[in-house]
Design a protein around this ligand. Sequence first.
Ligand SMILES: Cc1cc2nc3c(=O)[nH]c(=O)nc-3n(C[C@H](O)[C@H](O)[C@H](O)COP(=O)(O)OP(=O)(O)OC[C@H]3O[C@@H](n4cnc5c(N)ncnc54)[C@H](O)[C@@H]3O)c2cc1C
Length: 294
Amino acid sequence: MSSRILPNFDLLVPNTIAETVNLLAHYKDRAAVIAGGTDLVVAMKMNFESEILISISELSGLDYIDFDSESGLHIGAKATVSQLLQNDAVKQHYPALLQAADVFATPQIRTAATVAGNVLRGSPAGDCSCALMALGARVVLQSAEGTREVPIEDFWTGYNQNARRADEMAVEIIVDAPQAATGSAFRRMTRVNEDLAKLNGSVRLDMDGNICRSARIAMGCVGPTTLRLPKTEQLLQGEEITDDLLAHVADIVPTEISPIDDKRSTAEYRLMVSGVVIKRLIEQAAAAASTVAK
Ligand SMILES: Cc1cc2nc3c(=O)[nH]c(=O)nc-3n(C[C@H](O)[C@H](O)[C@H](O)COP(=O)(O)OP(=O)(O)OC[C@H]3O[C@@H](n4cnc5c(N)ncnc54)[C@H](O)[C@@H]3O)c2cc1C
């Protein structure tokens, strides 16, 4: 039941990652990690209870966004959505992520909300999550036993569920460095910026002149998790992006999604706009790729 009063919990504030993962190994499902708290606190006011919250606020060195032309973009677990908007590498190489951050909530929320928290929350409406799915991110998880990387398409296992074990915390999100002519784009449909998306989509294209070498296409709010659209991706691979192809794409997209009616929109509306949204995103990503290639 919705309430403005938080349930009781103990707050633990470790100073190191080692201490954090040891606490997680000890408390397992009895504990939840809290980053910006913009999802978790809301959930706790609704129906989520956790005996223990482990805050990452005092962990040093996790608030970075670094770029390297070989290893790509590295987003530390404490890096916020507003940091994306100020980062030169994100502006230059990852337009989809920049555009997702730009429409994300309000400045106050963006300043607290972490990029990793958006992914770990596992909402099918997550905006950075959708862009990161199209960009082909990996989630780095750490436990007392070591670290492992999970490709984002394997990370969300169901509505609000993910591949993190109870003894792990996310320490980093990695996005590969773009190819010579990579373009990407993100867009969402929403009532007002303060609200979550009714539908969001993101596209990454690796181009060779006018020919699409490969495509990654993601859509949110149309299934239990953010989805990849493999049939639509396949249609683009090795093809020139023409008006005919885009018309075909717009017909195929609705066959790959399974939206429902909820408080933000209807399945009918989502099915109706999905093809056009992806068609426009492909045009936008192709234009971005041609700018990079020049
Ligand atoms: C008013 C409002 C507007 C919003 N608008 C948007 C929007 O426009 N777009 C959008 O996508 N989202 C939106 N959100 C949702 C929310 O802000 C984001 O999902 C945000 O990125 C979550 O990050 P956080 O740091 O606050 O995570 P938290 O709330 O701290 O945590 C979220 C989940 O991730 C887990 N978690 C966080 N960090 C880690 C970690 N390092 N290791 C393991 N688990 C971890 C937590 O245990 C929890 O389950 C909105 C929320 C509010 C309240």
